[in-house]
Design a binder for this molecule. Structure first.
Ligand code: COA
Length: 433
């Protein structure tokens, strides 16, 4: 049978597809802007037919209806990264959160920790050989599809076709639902004076020929603003956004000096506007791979001059970093922060940066604190941390004693909070600042 016949035979409606899901199944759902929204809507619509269907995913960009109050009758919600639409479920006890390094998520699925009954994925239209691309979201979605008992795919004509290890053949999909909605777009963040100052400090640590990992949001975008005079930068990153396109077009990102995958941007997922999705479509310069490869610290370390830039909620005076909770309240997840901090640290001439505004909550609280809030998760340990940057400067913590670290951090805290932090320093270390 030709792949076209296989494709035609597997075509069903979203309703028909989700009716194949049984109660007590674990359903792994594609995430971020790759979320298969029509399948999720159909799943929620079909709720009366389910009991105890576990929904597992990372960054939830959609409506998150399955996690709303009242849905616990039908669905058990298990987040590996908490987002706006799932935060309330996780913190109210209705849902739950599984701590895990991003690069190890496929291992949870494949090695029996969290066996996958159903994978709900969104992919591109098949190419002339019958292969669909995972497009904007390869990450854990491809590995989940590889080990699921039932694979249901939303085949979207608007999903860009990304290269790399990013394909699934139509014969490996059980049910196909055609879709034609636009891929979710993320508007570029507002970059203020604080972010610009942070971006400038970060850029001062980035040498020509470096390979970069940048997270999402105003700070990574501000860093990109200050890289316009650099030469031959490369990208090996969990994700990319629109800022990268600009630097490719400006000839700053060439990937030519990369020591792993020279000439290529390597990512596991991407989120941005249509401009980014058009840029990556069928572009041999951009390769996506499963997160078990891209975020593996032993792979990341093969990039000489690897620089990672991530953010956090709080850092204590020892350099312990909390990036995912405000006290006990889980607000996000570990994602790939430690994967990249460790990979960059192991790389020849690598550096890792935690970049934060010095305050939060409209200036009411310092992010540099004597102790993390009660119940806060230590995302990055004090042994892993390298540079911390605020709008007031750069603190280099690697190789520094507890007292030296505390001094470095107090010197980049917001001036309104420095006096209080100095008192804490003097109490703790029984010596003058
Ligand atoms: N005390 C009280 N509130 C705090 C706070 C603190 N120390 N730190 C942050 N907040 C509040 C902010 O004020 C903001 O509130 P608002 O939404 O009401 O304005 C909210 O928490 C989010 O903080 P903010 O720093 O603005 O969020 P962000 O979008 O820049 O994301 C992280 C920062 C740390 C949450 C995010 O980078 C993350 O999840 N990191 C972990 C994962 C990771 O690093 N992945 C790898 C890269 S993709």
């Amino acid at each position: 049978m030709s792949w076209k016949d296989i494709y035609e035979n597997k075509l069903v409606t979203a309703k028909e597809a989700v009716s194949k899901i049984g109660s007590n199944s674990r359903v792994v759902v594609g995430h971020a802007v790759g979320e298969p929204s029509e399948l999720i809507d159909a799943l929620v619509e079909n709720k009366e037919n389910y009991e105890n269907v576990e929904i597992v995913h990372m960054v939830a960009m959609g409506k998150g209806e399955y996690a709303k109050e009242g849905m616990e009758k039908y669905f058990k919600h298990n987040s590996i990264f908490v987002g706006a639409s799932t935060r309330d479920a996780v913190n109210s006890g209705r849902g739950d959160y599984t701590p895990c390094f991003f690069y190890e998520v496929p291992k949870l699925f494949k090695d029996g920790y969290m066996p996958v009954d159903v994978a709900l994925i969104q992919v591109s239209k098949p190419d002339e050989h019958g292969y669909c691309s995972f497009g904007v979201s390869n990450d854990y979605t491809k590995p989940a599809a590889e080990c699921a008992k039932l694979v249901i795919a939303e085949v979207n004509e608007n999903m860009p076709r990304t290269m790399g290890d990013s394909f699934i053949h139509v014969s490996d999909i059980d049910c196909i639902v055609e879709a034609s909605h636009q891929i979710i777009e993320l508007k570029p963040p507002k970059i203020g004076e604080v972010e610009k100052a942070i971006g400038k400090h970060c850029a001062s640590l980035i040498e020509d020929g470096s390979t970069l990992q940048l997270g999402i949001g105003a700070i990574p975008d501000a860093v990109l603003l200050f890289l316009k005079d650099k030469k031959d930068l490369g990208i090996h990153s969990e994700m990319i956004s629109d800022g990268v396109v600009e630097l490719v077009e400006a000839g700053v990102i060439t990937n030519n000096k990369k020591t792993l995958h020279p000439g290529k941007i390597v990512v596991t997922f991407l989120m941005g506007t249509k401009r980014l999705y058009d840029f990556v479509n069928d572009n041999p310069m951009v390769e996506t791979y499963p997160v078990s490869y891209v975020n593996d610290p032993t792979i990341i370390m093969k990039n000489y001059k690897m620089v990672s830039v991530n953010s956090c909620v709080q850092v204590d005076l020892m350099g312990q970093i909390c990036s995912e909770s405000i006290g006990m309240k889980q607000i996000s997840g570990v994602g790939g922060q430690i994967d990249f901090i460790r990979g960059a640290s192991m790389a020849k001439d690598g550096k890792s940066i935690i970049a934060i505004p010095s305050t939060a909550a409209k200036g009411k609280v310092s992010r540099i604190v004597p102790l993390l809030d009660e119940g806060a998760a230590v995302t990055t340990s004090r042994n892993d941390v390298d540079y911390v940057i605020t709008e007031y400067g750069i603190a280099g913590l690697k190789g520094k004693t507890l007292k030296q670290r505390a001094k470095e951090l107090i010197n980049i805290a917001h001036p309104d909070f420095r006096e209080g932090l100095i008192k804490e320093y003097e109490n703790r270390f029984k010596c003058k600042f």
